[in-house]
Design a protein around this ligand. Sequence first.
Ligand code: RP5
Length: 165
Amino acid sequence: MSNKPIVSIIMGSDSDLAVMTEASVVLKKFDIAHEIKILSAHRSPEDTAEFAKSAKKRGIKIIIAGAGGAAHLAGVIASHTILPVIGVPMESKLNGVDSLLSTVQMPAGVPVATVAVGKAGATNAAILAAEILALSLEPISKKLEEYKKELVEKVKEKNKELKKF
Ligand code: RP5
């Protein structure tokens, strides 16, 4: 696959990096070229809008946006682009409930596909991005099929461990 990024991983702050790295790990596993940027809906609103407006022209197909607290990042990005936006709510001082609601509760007309709070969400955001891309990219489709088989094998392994009891 080309090195030109087709997925953008965006986060509101470097304090989100440990979580959002999980999305990058998954995209690497599926050999999906991606970029990672810090952009804040509140602290750098103009750069955020410019990024969102120009992403499609640059060849980006899907945007994954993680933010915490008053987490408007994914919604603001979605307001400026027709690309699919996947929102990842960060764990926060309110256990991520503030981030989750700020990300998921978009008004009709501006969707943000919101995943679980924290690392599981970052992982699933990348898998969902791969699934969307796989609709038109067969090599990713094959890797997803293999990944599903790996999940089955892992459960089987866990059951083998249980037999010791
Ligand atoms: C949000 O505020 C970021 O996404 C981050 O989760 C949260 C806290 O940011 P810092 O104060 O750690 O930079 O915009």
